[in-house]
Design a protein around this ligand. Structure first.
Ligand code: GLY
Length: 369
């Protein structure tokens, strides 16, 4: 395993160094994916994935100590700063914590801390006390107050803000959001709905649906990984056993699912039409692997071994030529074969910047064990 980890991280340094060269000539933009011709698709800072490339560069700087990677990380991080005032999205955790958060962790730069505290203040303006959740997307015709399971991923950022500021508002919001999500997003088998929309006046559930999954009652893979990761973090940050218990049950549900493939890289939806020929989602596997590595540290044998073995299997699969790009190929992204949204016919079977981020994170976590 050590060889695979080092070889994959060295490859990632090379590949993202090439990506950084390309991006330094494209002011204000961040990499997102590639199009059908293999050309790089970029995004502005207000797209939800903007923080992943800077965040990956910080991880790769941590691994390599390479000053060129650090300079690129600083540049790319600065491109996301303006989002600290963005009150129109729940995605500030992805945008600001992956970028500025890793930068702050590695450099202690207090300017980064200020950016994040401003961003955390922006994010909690979306908290709806009568619902007990942070609103994900803005209201639209079909949803008064949509909350997606992905939103569990913003809580690490807010728990950081709690620790830094001492303001218990952040803690209360995170715990309320987590508890409401367990109550309303999760089914008895520990799979999750994608979208739960709430009535803004009564605070009660308006509708449970999907947006990126195969069906309202299906098990959209990346959403399951986001939820797993979110509850592992909430256990780490609060020590509340109910979050550990929930994370363990999600993990066991996913690992034991009859449609989990042999190589442990999930189909884009566990109920996708066309299984076993349905598209895989490498991003779901990378997020799940990273979460399982952390979770393995919070449980005893035999669960500890089980989670680590699954995570290692996922990392081995992702590091193989089936999923990992050739040097200089794949638009300089690291992993192939992720799925953004099949219902939206967007980013199907492509590299995605967040698949790379969580793959790199999983590699670093394994290396640090
Ligand atoms: N909302 C982020 C995702 O597509 O997973």
């Amino acid at each position: 395993m050590d060889k695979i980890i080092d070889e994959s991280l060295s490859f990632a340094v090379e590949q993202y160094s090439l990506m950084a060269d390309v991006m330094l000539d494209r002011p204000d933009l961040l990499p997102r994916t590639i199009d059908e011709e293999g050309n790089l698709v970029t995004a502005k800072s207000n797209w939800w994935t903007s923080g992943f490339f800077p965040g990956s560069l910080w991880y790769l700087y941590e691994y390599s100590g390479d000053e060129k990677i650090k300079d690129a990380a600083i540049q790319m991080t600065s491109r996301v700063e303006r989002e600290k005032y963005n009150r129109g999205t729940h995605d500030l955790g992805f945008m600001l914590y992956c970028s500025f958060g890793n930068g702050f962790r590695l450099t202690g730069n207090t300017d980064y801390q200020d950016v994040m505290l401003t961003g955390a203040e922006s994010l909690i303006t979306r908290y709806r006390p009568n619902i007990g959740c942070i609103q994900s997307w803005n209201s639209r015709r079909e949803w008064q107050c949509p909350v997606i399971v992905d939103n569990m991923m913003n809580l690490e950022f807010l728990m950081w803000a709690f620790r830094m500021s001492g303001d218990s508002t952040y803690y209360r919001i995170c715990v309320n959001h987590s508890d409401t999500t367990i109550k309303n997003h999760y089914r008895p088998d520990y799979s999750s709905y994608h979208v739960v929309s709430y009535d803004t006046i009564t605070g009660s559930v308006e509708i449970k649906q999907t947006h990126q999954g195969a069906a309202d009652e299906s098990v959209w893979s990346r959403g399951q990984s986001w939820g797993l990761y979110g509850y592992v973090v909430m256990y780490r940050e609060t020590g509340l056993e109910r979050y550990l218990d929930h994370a363990v049950r999600i993990a066991d549900f996913l690992i034991g699912h009859r449609n989990m493939p042999e190589d442990m890289i999930p189909y884009w939806d566990f109920n996708a039409p066309g299984i076993p020929d349905a598209k895989r989602d490498a991003s779901a596997a990378a997020i799940m692997a990273s979460a399982l590595i952390e979770l393995s540290g919070y449980v005893q044998a035999p669960l500890m071994e089980k989670y680590l073995q699954v995570a290692e299997k996922q990392v081995r699969s992702l590091a193989s030529s089936s999923y990992r790009a050739d040097p200089g190929g794949n638009g300089n992204f690291i992993l192939m074969h992720s799925v953004g949204s099949i219902p939206g016919n967007s980013e199907v079977d492509v590299p995605l910047t967040y698949a790379d981020y969580y793959f790199i994170e999983a590699l670093i976590r394994l290396r640090n064990l």
